[in-house]
Design a protein around this ligand. Sequence first.
Ligand code: NAD
Length: 447
Amino acid sequence: MPTALPSHETLLARIQSREARIGIIGLGYVGLPLAITVARAGFTVLGFDVDPGKIVAIDAGKSYIEAVSSEILAEEHRAGRFAATSDFDRLGDCDVIAICVPTPLTRHRDPDMSFVEKTCRDIARTLRPGQLIVLESTTYPGTTDGLVRRTLEAGGLKSGHDFFLGFSPEREDPGNRQFQTSTIPKVVAGDGAEAQALVVAFYGAVVKTVVPVSSTATAEAVKLTENVFRAVNIALVNELKVIYEAMGVDIWEVIDAASSKPFGYMPFYPGPGLGGHCIPIDPFYLTWASRAYELPTRFIELAGEINSAMPRHVVEKLAEALDRRQGKALSRSKVLVIGLAYKKNVPDIRESPSLKLIELIEERGGSASYYDPHVPEIPPTREYGAFKGRPSVAWSEAEIRAFDAVLIATDHDGVDYAAIADWSALIVDTRNVFARRGITADTIIKA
Ligand SMILES: NC(=O)c1ccc[n+]([C@@H]2O[C@H](COP(=O)([O-])OP(=O)(O)OC[C@H]3O[C@@H](n4cnc5c(N)ncnc54)[C@H](O)[C@@H]3O)[C@@H](O)[C@H]2O)c1
């Protein structure tokens, strides 16, 4: 007698009893914290990654992501709730699979879906009835229902009938200790009612609050909306910064005072340019997808234009200040950039404007070094390969005094700004770090 296909109820029961085995593909900033959170919710988790170094680290109980402590990772690994592998044939052993691989842009600033596509082909090889596959990587609306479904269904099994498909965007805020993966509300959507019930049950078992929406395309659009919102608002304050600068008005003071309004205002802060894996990239997933509908994305493109002009604006201010205050050309100056990471208190340098600042200073003939307590040397990057291996300067009075100017690009907490104010002849501050600490000096200018 033929056995009945595993129904969504079978998987639902396995999720509820925590017997369901969970696979997480891509153990980076998103995947590793998720894997640990799922393991701590009582599931057995198998992580998959193409990077053998990550598998070795996990086997040794060592975390390589700040949000995950090595103690907790080692504890989950020892207890047998979390292991990692590069053997993608084991995907067939998993009941639920979450995809957390990168979704960068190509050189032409179009979505690079190659990681998602390869992962879907890996899953398709061992896809079996009753599995739930959830895409977590940020992407354009229609990816789950298009590329992902098509690739998974290539072997003949059908979403909603044989296997189940969903999308749930990640909301990480690296360096923010107020939230963990489990306490950040999670938007979820399934392809059809049964998949929807499964994603709600699975994520409901793992995070405190689940926010179901009606389709995977809606869930994909939610994530892009959140990041477009940030990109546009940051562009707005960056534009205001330049205008107020010309008027002799301090944007930081304006924002602080405007924030006293108890309704209808939310503060965003200017900076030397956008950084990180999300805000500089995700909006372009939407502009790319909109082309198929012949719809303009003026807000997004304008925000991109303003934000990407910021590093040049900052270097221009630096050159002006060197000339006016030191009588020195940037081309004959030594500049120390403080902070290589794209945001404070993290070691992540992806898309960091500091790299662009170094490039621009060097393009103009100046010499640029950096100091960052979180980044001892520049790791390999796609766009700035030539910077690989450059070390952070050592922290000492003699080292810092040797520079003609210090440029604050990242406001890490662990930097002694009072010492910088004492030792430096010229400081260009893009983060308002000195004023926020009550440090004043004629040598400090904001940019
Ligand atoms: N970093 C964030 O704060 C953040 C926040 C929200 C959403 N996201 C989104 O989450 C996704 C993942 O981002 P991330 O920051 O974790 O990236 P990451 O680069 O830190 O991690 C991705 C991991 O996937 C691995 N990988 C690459 N190709 C693979 C493959 N074919 N099979 C298995 N593993 C593979 C890499 O080795 C790496 O360990 C992206 O879509 C990103 O936009 C990131």
